[in-house]
Design a protein around this ligand. Structure first.
Ligand code: AHR
Length: 308
């Protein structure tokens, strides 16, 4: 059911140049995030809006500060990609009381009161986790031996980490041979992915599969796997999420076996939502982005035309 945006001047349209969007970004932790930032900045420019952009450096307190500053500056719309799911009610209530509509992009919040935001534009992360699990289940459907899986989780408490873990676990549960033997956060970064994979390799002699919640952590882990004298994609099957260029490159070289796409190009849809919200038009409360998957072969084919 579509919700009506709480615009102050319903029916009266503002010129694009008079629209100010405050956007609080998570940080610059991954290739995905850089592509997402570029998409938002380019699209705001194209739409002719004034964009107030703030980088939270992966800290919730910085995002809360940024949102409060947008409220003070009386922007027309606030959009943000929440670093974690919990702890937003107070600041979202402040925005609501100030009459400023909020749009969630990329990541969800767990607030019970859904009137605190107009819509949530982004991926279905549970579905992404399921796709990763389905590919693995199919690969090992006839196995009679245990398959040892290690998991590199995204940022603790973030929607993509929670959901990708849950979707994957739900699907692999139907095959008792698929066993997650270690699961730890790599904070969505390459450096942490490498560090945690090194620890996994030290503690576990027989790792069959790595499931990384994003390409950057998988790429860091690949460095650790190679440094340990093993062949990524052969000695250890690797699944990741995102399908950014570096991930697709590794997949095309056979180092990543399967990538679930997560689309960062949310800018054009966000600007359209902003326009509708400012005009007081109704907006769907949940807008899910379309995504596909890539095997190594498919990555090789898609790589030359990959935009990010
Ligand atoms: O919220 C989307 C996730 O955040 C991406 O999968 C990851 O790369 C990013 O840091």
């Amino acid at each position: 059911q579509a919700t009506k945006a709480p615009a102050a001047d319903t029916g009266k349209t503002k010129e694009a140049k008079d629209i100010t969007l405050g956007f609080s970004q998570v940080g610059a932790e991954s290739g995905w995030r850089s592509a997402n930032t570029k998409s938002i900045q380019d699209s705001a420019k194209e739409a002719g809006y004034t964009l107030k952009f703030s980088d939270a450096q992966q800290k919730q307190e910085n995002q809360i500060k940024a949102i409060r500053s947008f409220i003070q500056q009386k922007v027309d719309v606030i959009a943000f990609s929440p670093v974690v799911e919990s702890g937003w009610d107070t600041v979202l209530k402040e925005a609501k009381d100030a009459g400023i509509p909020v749009v969630l992009t990329d990541r969800a919040v767990d607030s019970k009161d859904t009137s605190l935001y107009v819509t949530f534009l982004g991926s279905d992360f549970v579905e992404e986790g399921r796709k990763a699990g389905q590919w693995l289940s199919e690969k090992y459907k006839d196995t009679t031996e245990d398959i040892n899986i290690v998991e590199l989780q995204g940022t603790t408490g973030s929607a993509p980490a929670n959901d990708r873990m849950a979707g994957f676990a739900e699907v692999i549960a139907s095959n008792p041979h698929l066993k997650v033997i270690a699961s730890q956060t790599g904070d969505f970064t390459r450096a942490k992915g490498k560090e945690v994979m090194q620890a996994f390799l030290k503690a576990n002699k027989d790792i069959d599969v790595l499931y990384a919640h994003n390409d950057d952590m998988a790429l860091g882990a690949i460095q650790a796997i190679e440094a340990a004298g093993l062949k990524p994609g052969q000695d250890i099957t690797i699944i990741s999420v995102d399908a950014v260029k570096d991930g697709m490159q590794a997949a095309s070289e056979g180092k990543i076996n399967f990538i679930v796409e997560c689309n960062p190009m949310l800018g054009p849809q966000l600007m359209e939502i902003v326009r509708n919200v400012v005009d007081g038009k109704s907006v769907e409360p949940r807008i899910v982005t379309e995504e596909s998957t890539f095997t190594s072969e498919q990555a090789k084919e898609a790589l030359p035309s990959r935009a990010y």
